[in-house]
Design a protein around this ligand. Structure first.
Ligand code: F3S
Length: 754
């Protein structure tokens, strides 16, 4: 679909509520270009003024309205921003301290105090850099980025980027919110236009109404099974149809949040009554009024708009789902789950139940979970396994506390963790579970890669709705079906759960005692952001060296990765999160959990600079190559770099001397992150050529200049003939400039200096 946009930059302005700032932006007049989807209207409204067209599948330049950073990604983003020498941020930006807080059975108060103590240097850096550059700083304990953004910043019609893959959460409020790497954020923060490959659009039609045991979570769990972790790649998922009107705004946010699990660029719902109600509930009645005035023209799809693919989900037919283990697209409906668990020999005894996180900590989620918990309490039961609740924000915590919702969950045996990511990102202290012991947990989180929650690769995490997690917590068995099976009450009688009940918003409104930073603080130029050169947590960044435009000769294949390689495999989280601000130290985790196709082992690669069969860890050998002046490449399989927006997964290989990743296919954010860090992301023209390469090969990378055909020239041994493997890339002219400059950051710094 091609839209002739230039003539449409008329006198209409994006309403100020979309920006939290009176910045003028041209708005696309949909009437003059044929029917548009809601996402297209937002993209067109944020196009660079000189952009003439909006072509799906082609690069274009945009001006996003705001940037959100979480504490792990913010360290690098702010360190990179400092390299640009820009005096302050050019668009509203916020930093949220949520990833560095460990959740433990001891609960929120102790965990928060410990986290503040252990991360004092990092939190101080983030706070002082935020003040210096005019960024809103949300301290540890204030909540998880996506929940705070939904409550305070996201607006219908806004184009937002965030350094976290679940940024699309804000799509529930009609905001086009895209997860990116830190270098993208720095580009926007420093006032540059931002380049995006305009996605295609999958229309998901929701029909009917969910039955009482189902929730919004089950819609996206079902869709993930249908689309798989790659099915949304290069697409926006736009929801429409009468079923959308049966969901709450926060339920829609859950669905958009987990669009990341199918690789979608973002997901969005049209603006209607549920969004209006949420805006009013969160104290933004004036925004609701303004949105109502333009909703028909600007915030909803036009009848007859074109989708590249349409999927219909009949909500009446949907069952609760369990997705996992180890991948979010292995979807099993409840009625088949017990048999599946037995057949697949998953550990049948449940070892922990976790609800909340950025995905599922809304008032509706908590009240529905509490309604199940109350039924069990009434029968004299408490949870049969450790039961953890992670509130998404201080505001939702206080609201649930005031209304007695948390009291119910605690009386059921639940432990309230800090308002932070905690177990969702490997920040889970779990003293009762030994590493390596196979066990099953249920969570309402969004992601379940091996090792993600407690660091134990044998923890089987099944994703489901908070109410299903809660019901199962009283049985301790993975084969329990809360819809049909009975439990034994304390008095020896048996009982069945009734379906959960909840309220999407509290009748008493949102508790509003929370101290909030100014949305757009003035930069404090008097602050000197200092970094201790002996710190193990923070390190100033040096600019990467530019590319001379020549072919690369005599490259080593550091590793040929076999199978799934997510950003967790390339740059693990958990305990490594503490080194996010120190590139040299965090690089010690590079690819340590990726499977080496040469021998199927982890973190072991041959060092070809040393005679004999000399194997070392991946970071060791990579650094040895770099220090000897030998550049190297990674060979990857399908959907390389899936998962998060983690830009360290691109920065670390670059820091260690990687010049290219060659694979069968890439996950979108990671592919862009590689380009921004000056690494060539290349795919095999014929995916079968993956099988041709060995880790012992010496290769030349040729044909990278514009107009040439990229290829690998492969030499194996003196006995075998050299052969050529054709490659492809998706580098636009600007992205080529990034690589030529050494990184996108170098390019921005040159642009600002000029
Ligand atoms: Fe945090 Fe997990 Fe969400 S890491 S941002 S709670 S996906």
């Amino acid at each position: 679909v091609t839209l002739d946009v230039k003539a449409q930059h008329l006198d209409v302005r994006t309403p100020a509520f979309c920006l939290n700032l009176p910045l003028p932006h041209p708005v696309y007049r949909s009437q003059q270009a044929g029917p548009l989807t809601a996402a297209e209207k937002i993209l067109a409204a944020h196009l660079h003024p000189e952009a003439a067209r909006l072509d799906r599948g082609k690069y274009n330049l945009f001006y996003p309205d705001r940037v959100n950073l979480q504490d792990a990604s913010a360290q690098t983003a702010l360190l990179q921003f400092m390299l640009t020498r820009a005096p302050s941020v050019s668009v509203p930006t916020s930093v949220h301290c949520d990833h560095l807080i460990v959740g433990s059975p001891e609960g929120a108060d102790r965990d928060l105090a410990l986290a503040k103590d252990q991360n004092e240097e990092v939190f101080s850096f983030l706070e002082s850099a935020s003040k210096r550059f005019g960024v809103a700083f949300w301290p540890p304990g204030s909540g998880i980025i996506h929940q705070i953004v939904l409550e305070n910043y996201a607006s219908p019609g806004m184009l937002m980027i965030g350094c976290d893959s679940h940024t699309p959460n804000a799509g529930g409020l009609g905001c086009l919110a895209i997860g990116v790497g830190g270098a993208d954020a720095v580009e926007v923060m420093s006032g540059q236009p931002w380049e995006l490959l305009v996605p295609k659009i999958i229309g998901v039609e929701l029909k009917g109404r969910l039955n009482k045991w189902c929730s919004a979570k089950d819609i996206i769990l079902h869709l993930a099974g249908q689309l798989t972790v790659k099915g949304g790649t290069g697409h926006i998922i736009e929801y429409f149809g009468p079923g959308t009107q049966t969901l709450s705004c926060t339920g829609m946010a859950t669905i958009c949040n987990m669009g990341a699990e199918v690789g979608a660029t973002t997901s969005i719902f049209p603006y209607a009554e549920p969004q209006e109600a949420y805006l009013r509930f969160t104290g933004r009645g004036a925004q609701a009024d303004e949105a109502n005035a333009v909703a028909h023209d600007l915030l909803r799809a036009d009848p007859g708009c074109a989708y590249d693919q349409v999927i219909t989900v009949d909500l009446d037919q949907l069952e609760p789902h369990f997705n996992g283990p180890f991948t979010p697209d292995l979807a099993t409906p409840l009625s088949a789950f017990a048999n599946q668990a037995r057949e697949k020999q998953w550990p049948l005894e449940l070892s922990a139940a976790l609800i909340g996180s950025c995905t599922n900590s809304s008032y509706e989620d908590m009240t529905r979970a509490a309604s199940i918990a109350q039924q069990a309490i009434d029968k004299g039961l408490t949870a049969a396994v450790p039961f953890f609740i992670t509130p998404g924000s201080e505001q939702i915590l206080q609201t649930c506390r005031r209304d007695g919702v948390l009291d119910v969950l605690e009386r059921a045996g639940g432990t309230v963790l800090a308002n932070a990511c905690g177990p969702c990102i490997g920040q889970w202290s779990r003293p009762t579970m030994e590493d390596g012991v196979p066990n099953s947990i249920l969570s309402s989180f969004n992601r379940n890669f091996a090792g993600r929650n407690d660091g134990n690769k044998q923890t089987h995490n099944f994703l489901c709705s908070p109410e299903i997690v809660t019901a199962m917590a009283f049985s301790k068995s993975l084969t329990f079906n809360p819809l049909t099976d009975s439990l034994l009450a304390a008095d020896g009688t048996s009982f069945k759960f009734s379906p959960p009940e909840g309220e999407s918003l509290s009748a008493a409104g949102f508790e509003n005692n929370v101290v909030k930073p100014s949305a757009v603080p003035e930069p404090d130029l008097s602050i000197n952001v200092s970094i201790d050169p002996t710190s193990t947590r923070l390190q100033r960044l040096d600019a990467f060296a530019p590319w001379d435009g020549q072919d690369f000769q005599n490259l080593r294949v550091l590793i040929k990765v076999k199978g799934k390689c997510t950003t967790d495999h390339i740059s693990a989280a958990g305990p490594w999160l503490k080194y996010k601000g120190h590139l040299e130290n965090i690089s010690q985790n590079t690819l340590i959990t990726a499977v080496n196709a040469e021998h199927d082992r982890l973190n072991s690669v041959r060092n070809y600079l040393v005679d004999g069969e000399n194997y070392g860890t991946i970071p060791e050998v990579a650094a040895a190559y770099r220090d000897a002046g030998v550049q190297w490449i990674i060979v990857g399989d399908e959907n390389y770099g899936e998962g998060s927006a983690r830009e360290h997964a691109a920065m670390q290989p670059r820091f260690l001397g990687c010049v290219a990743v060659v694979c069968r296919s890439f996950a979108r954010i990671h592919e862009t992150n590689l380009k921004r860090q000056g690494v060539f992301p290349l795919t095999f023209a014929d995916p079968n050529d993956y099988d041709q390469l060995c880790s012992s090969d010496i290769v030349d990378l040729i044909g990278l200049r514009p107009g040439e055909a990229p290829a690998l020239r492969v030499r194996r041994s003196e006995q075998e003939e050299e052969f050529t493997v054709p490659l492809r890339h998706t580098l636009s002219p600007i992205q080529m400039d990034w690589i030529r400059s050494g990184s996108a950051l170098n390019y921005i710094a040159q642009t600002i200096a000029a």
